[in-house]
Ligand binder design. Structure first.
Ligand SMILES: Cc1ncc(C[n+]2csc(CCOP(=O)(O)OP(=O)(O)O)c2C)c(N)n1
Ligand SMILES: [Mg+2]
Length: 178
């Protein structure tokens, strides 16, 4: 499993994973978009393992072309693309309504199709938990590159991120010393 910087990494940090799973994040440099080509590398290195990538819409827009490389090589990762209309983690830290945190809307379910010539991918758009569960149940052994566009409310953040931003706000407002 790979989780990109943004709400993806903050949410995935709280997951309990099976003992033999590996979890790839890049918290130190935090360069968004890293995990999409990293998923390409992981799936190439481990063709018999199921690679699950959780990536935000903003991050994915930086390195989306590597979907094409994965399709070229016939790789079958599961990609959970979190569509919350922009840079939600940044909104949580500063400027919730600033235009610089909005991104251009993309038709994510059409994207993989546009990058292939002979139908090696499948895409879904889900907006309810029950739909996500249904799709994930089908993806226990993916037959093709599988992209699930997960629609999320713009300001929906994991509990860990909410706690971090609360303490940042306290510090910035001078209410916390030291
Ligand atoms: C290359 C790079 N550019 C900008 C940033 C600053 N940055 C950190 S998180 C983030 C937003 C991520 O948005 P998204 O991938 O949509 O995740 P979300 O929090 O919305 O789920 C940005 C712009 C960065 N870390 N790296
Ligand atoms: Mg986003």
């Amino acid at each position: 499993m790979l989780a990109d910087q943004g709400t993806a990494a903050f949410g995935a940090a709280a997951l309990r994973l099976p003992v033999d799973s590996r979890f790839i994040v890049q918290p130190l440099w935090g360069s968004i978009g890293f995990t999409l080509p990293a998923a390409f590398g992981a799936q190439t290195a481990c063709p018999d393992r199921r690679v699950v990538l959780i990536v935000g819409d903003g991050a994915a827009q930086l390195t989306a072309q590597e979907l094409g490389s994965m399709l070229r090589d016939g790789l079958k990762p599961v990609i959970l693309l979190l569509n919350n209309g922009g840079y939600t983690v940044e909104r949580a830290i500063h400027g919730p309504n600033q235009r610089y945190n909005d991104i251009a809307g993309w038709d994510w379910t059409a994207l993989a199709r546009a990058m292939q010539v002979c139908g090696q991918s499948r895409s879904w758009r889900v907006s309810q938990t029950v739909q996500l569960r249904e799709v994930l149940a089908r993806l226990e052994a993916p037959l093709s590159l599988s992209l699930v566009e997960v629609m999320l409310p713009r300001d929906d953040v994991p509990a860990l991120l909410a706690a971090v931003t609360r303490s940042l706000e306290q510090r910035n407002s001078g209410r916390l010393s030291g």
